[in-house]
Design a protein around this ligand. Sequence first.
Ligand code: LLP
Length: 421
Amino acid sequence: MSVKRPFATPEQLRRLADAYPTPFHLYDEAGIRRTARALRAAFAWNPGFREYFAVKATPNPYILQILREEGCGADCATYTELMLAQAAGLRGEEIFFSSNVTPAADYRRAMEQGATINLDDVTHVPFLRDVAGIPARICCRYNPGGAFVAGNAIMDTPQNAKYGMTYPQLAQAYRELMALGAKDFGLHALLASNALSGAYYPALARLLFETAVRLRDETGAHVAFVNLSGGVGVPYRPGEPAADIAAIGEGVRRAYEEALVPAGMGDVAIYTELGRFMLAPHGVLVTRCLHHKHIYKEYVGVDACAADLMRPAMYGAYHHITVVGKEDAPCDHVYDVTGGLCENNDKFAVDRPLPRVDVGDLLVIHDTGAHGYSMGYNYNGRLRSAEVLLRPDGSDRLIRRAETPRDYFATFDFQDTFTFR
Ligand code: LLP
């Protein structure tokens, strides 16, 4: 089993934990830039290529700005995510809007920002027409049904997933949109989550390319882009292979050459909407051991909880844990590593072999850079943590302060009914 090491050294982690109260999320700017560049290189064969980073994964405008400097746009799903994209300086075609069960206000805001709207359902054509009007450039989300290649617990199989339209609905939506003045069309699908197999993107691409040709042939629509969305995985467990993004880009290119080019559609731009692949390995949750408990099992209680990282509780997801300063010590203890929520599933790890953990030790929970902070919540009055950026030169920057009780009270303190103390 290969060893998984945090991107920050023990010295850096101790210094940061002295400067910022634990728990906090820490991000690695150099790593984020490296991954963004590798993705761009993998798709450099497609002149229109753009990554629209999935804002839901890491909704922080400082992170969006770094990605913007690397040529990425933003994929937003809600009104507030659109605001974040704007805060990061993204405009017009730099913003994609892939939502579902969309309120009118969100469509209006997406139109005002010039975002490319991705319709999740055929009934949203008249809805969008009535609430915001139909733009010249628009996308439709496809659900092919069936089981597809990479069924998984997070997304479920396409036939059981709530997203997207059937093929007949896609064709109907394209026709209705054309009649309402739309000129340039896109096609989108997200059929897997955390796909570690390099086959996912090429297989999805082939499916979407063939569907795009069929749509062009049957409706006469001009297909300008295909959005492969997110879903490329990361190795959460030691020893798992990382996705080979260059090979994935090459696999998509092959599908493009075989399915689109012969149909005279060699000008279609490829978009991605990756979240996890871009950010997960470049963030960690830094937390400290508060207590030990010995009952029927051995527990290590830490100052972070599922409110800081929900994935283990929600999906039973594995996140690797390093005890700072004990990187090379033998893993000769077995612990449940728990947070303090009044929820028995508030466990970052169950029966995990670790070196001996002492009260006061710092623990690093790996791969929390995507779908980590962003899924946080306030159960038990727990407050959301800070986010800290480790710069390429080793300096650090607080990119979101921790919540305080005043933030928690703000939503019911607005009429001065309750005194904040
Ligand atoms: N685009 C759309 C429309 C999405 O719904 C998602 C994720 C993405 C892009 C980015 O997917 P990614 O590349 O990050 O897999 N919270 C879960 C994942 C839910 C993903 C839902 N949609 C988790 O913690 O694993």
